[in-house]
Each structure stands twice: as structure tokens, then as C-alpha cells.
Design a binder for this molecule. Sequence first.
Ligand code: SF4
Length: 341
Amino acid sequence: MDLMYEAATIHRKYHNPNEVQVSTLLSIKTGGCPEDCAYCPQAARYHTDIEKNEMMSVQEVKAKALRAKEAGSSRMCMGAAWRNVKDGRDFEQVLEMVRTINKLNMEVCCTLGMITENQARRLAEAGLYAYNHNIDTSNDYYDKVISTRSYGDRLKTIKNVRKTNITVCSGGIIGMGERLEDRAKMLITLSRLDPHPESVPINALVPVEGTPLENQHCVEIWEMIRMIATTRVVLPQTQVRLSAGRNEMSKEGQTMCFFAGANSIFAGDKLLTTPNPDIGEDMKLFQKLGITVQKPFMKRDQPKTVEKEDSKLESLGEKPKWSRPKKIKENNQMEESSLRN
Ligand code: SF4
């Protein structure tokens, strides 16, 4: 109770407690990912029911963004199941999507995997508002969950994003078998980023059949409230996003999260590939709680889009060497001893 009170007090100091920012997360390229994130149904090596899809067209994405805006979203976040961004046709298409959505006066966010400084600069020039790159958990626990890239690579991408005016969105997932200390250490890492990430998504693992974490228990709502409240205390000015796992939470549980400092959600019936509450239900809850939806660009100005033909930045055709630190996890295999609950 003391933690919630402290978090709510800090929340009121830095934010309008009756305002929540709403983002829509859209998978623009689904499945077939070469990485081995143990929680993710999009990893090609796991046998899940995910339907693999090629890149969506700019027009399709624009139509989805318009629908999201109409339903109350101020931010459109586009996710592609890639290890890292590769210069070329697909990235050019993403840049066009960014230009298109920024012109709809929505905040545009991308989550595309690891990126170089030049790629970050090109996204910034197209009008990207935020780049999401989660650190997922603590440095200590990271290799129990992912073996195909290092924690350092994650931080390097965040550093590349910070060289531009794009804001940083980075958080993690609880319920992957980590200890409380790992959750705390993840928050310490985020709090040592200077400046702090502008937004931090806190996800509860949604165990998906076919992934190594399929048998994990869902986290209790109390753990989520404690994580949200602690995040608010540690990162007072950050937008704390109540992310995956909301479908399993009661309305009362979510309300406690908002009270404890969560001031952003992902809306839409799917979060990339896992189920999420209907946006109409979210809006009804907000109405009941007297919460209003935050307008776009309240925290900083809308970036200006530079058209492709006016751009001074070009594709460098880079082939950066991101690490592949450890053994590759085989299909659905996770060392039993590494899971702690
Ligand atoms: S979380 Fe992202 S990088 Fe990891 S397997 Fe899924 S799509 Fe690939």
C-alpha cells in the first residue's frame, strides 16, 4: 500500500493522472524471425500457430492507422519480425509508411530490431517519433531467454536512436521465470540511461503454445501492480505503458495499475499476435474512471517529414556485425533449470 501511495504521489507530480496515452501496435511483417526470444511466437524455429505474412503495403498500413486514429489512438507503432534492419526495398517501404502516418498527425513508432546510426537518422528524417527496442529483462537473466543477440546489442541500438531526435521506448516482460532482483535490475538499467526512455512498456508474459515459455504461469495482477508502481517511482517522468497481458487482467486490476502510475496502453484487439482487449471496452473503462485520452504531440513537437526526393541521407548498404553470443536454442527447448517458477 505504501508503494502504491508513493507511486501515485509521484505520478500526480509529473503527469495528469486522469490522462492516458493510447497506442496501436500493428504487425507490418509477421513471423519467420531468425531470433530465438523464448517468449515469442514469431520466431521461425518454434512451432506456433502464427501465420507468416510478408510486408504490408503502405496503403494497408495507412488504412489501419486511420482506423486507429478514429478509435482514439494517438500513436501508431509498427512492428516487423526482423533481427535487424537491412538497407534495401523493405526498409524503404517502412520509411514511406513513417512519412505517410506522420502526415496523418499521429505519433509514429517503429520496432524493427537492431538498427545502425544511419538507419536511425533516416527514420528520424522520415518523421519517426519513437523507436521501440525492449531490453526485456536484466542483463543477468537475458541469456536464459535469448541466445541469438546480446544485451549490449540492445543498448547499442538505443544509443544509435539517441543520436537522433527520435524518442526511446524500451521496457520489458515479467513472468519469464526471472527473480524479483532481475526485475529490479532491469529498472536500474533503464534508470541509468541518460536521458531516461520517454516510454517504458511493462509486459506480462502471455505464454504461447509452441514457445519455450508455453508452460509459464501467468503473473498475478499484484506482481504487475508492484512492477508498474516501482517503474513509476524509478522513472518519474516516463510514460509507463501497461502492455501485453491486459486481456488476462480484470478491469479493477487495470485500474489499480493506472492508479499506481501506468499512463499508456496498447489498444486494438491484437498486440502483434496475442489477444488484447477491444478498444471500445477500454474507452468504456476510461469513461467510468474519468480518464481522457491524451492528444498526440503533447510531450514534444511533431517531427517534420523530409520527402524522399529531398533527403540528403542515403542507404549505406551497411552490413553491421551484431553479435550471436551463445548456442542456438533448438525448437521449443529451454533448460528446465533456467526457469525459476
Ligand atoms: S521478439 Fe522480435 S526479435 Fe524476438 S523472435 Fe520475436 S519478432 Fe524476432
